[in-house]
Design a protein around this ligand. Structure first.
Ligand SMILES: CSCCC(=O)C(=O)COP(=O)(O)O
Ligand SMILES: [Mg+2]
Length: 241
């Protein structure tokens, strides 16, 4: 299947799209799980930790939840792969230190980096929109197996600065922030609910279906789909600079 788009920017989901869910679940999740307790006890005055703990209490509806209860909730969300914003904030803190320390190196499917370099070289702007926090995304792109990829990326969006990934308003917010018209934006994701939301906001959307990924069997509904990034050709005749 070959797909062609004339757009100014491509917005990338990470897990299941540029990168393997298995890597996130098998490598990153255990790395964060074993460190939540220390972060909650040793960094309880860090503004990011304070905000995350408050958000956990709000989500639980338990304003007095102590550190043990908060850590238990984080472990449960991890087990169920709930993409809760405070979980992602705390994971981002932990992972960015792990990447900086050299404990972690990110994962990209083989087709992704050559295509991202080509699109970038052709003047297509690249953005990331992931449930992983902006801190995690920055570390992920900085510490790739192919070196620092952050210069390829014009902006990073998560559930905190854009909003939930299944709500059209989040995509409208991103369009406003990038200055790119909705119909000049292409979103790539593995999840049909996210593709639906992007389309409802007037974006182009392509479902990425990779064998072995959690959403592979379910498919991407009536969205255009690609098995690899090589199947997508972008030309950019727009006027953005
Ligand atoms: C570097 S982000 C780590 C992956 C992660 O935690 C996550 O939730 C990714 O979800 P996505 O929205 O990219 O499918
Ligand atoms: Mg995804």
């Amino acid at each position: 299947m070959s797909l062609r788009f004339d757009v100014d920017a491509v917005v990338l989901d990470i897990e299941g799209t540029t990168s393997a869910t298995g890597f996130v679940v098998d490598v990153l999740y255990p790395y964060s799980r074993s460190r939540f307790g220390a972060v909650l006890s040793e960094r309880s005055t860090d503004p990011d930790v304070v905000r995350a703990v408050s958000q956990v209490r709000d989500l639980l509806g338990e304003p007095d939840a102590d550190a043990v209860r908060v850590e238990k909730a984080l472990h449960e969300w991890l087990d169920e792969d709930v993409k809760a914003t405070p979980l992602k904030t705390l994971q981002g803190l932990i992972w960015s230190e792990g990447f900086a320390r050299g404990d972690l190196v990110s994962h990209f499917y083989d087709d992704v980096l050559p295509v991202l370099r080509r699109w970038h070289g052709d003047g297509v702007r690249l953005y990331v929109y992931s449930s992983g926090s902006v801190a995690a995304q920055r570390a992920w792109f900085t510490s790739s197996p192919d070196g620092d990829l952050l210069p390829l990326v014009s902006g990073l969006y998560d559930t905190e600065n854009a909003g939930p990934k299944q709500e059209p308003d989040s995509y409208r917010r991103i369009a406003g922030s990038t200055g790119v018209e909705a119909d000049r934006l292409l979103f790539l994701s593995d999840r049909p609910g996210e593709l639906d939301a992007a389309r409802a906001a007037g974006w182009h959307a392509v479902g990425i279906r990779r064998p072995g990924e959690p959403y592979y069997e379910q498919g991407v509904g009536d969205h255009a789909q690609a098995g690899t990034f090589d199947e997508i050709t972008i030309s950019t005749s727009g006027s953005i600079t």
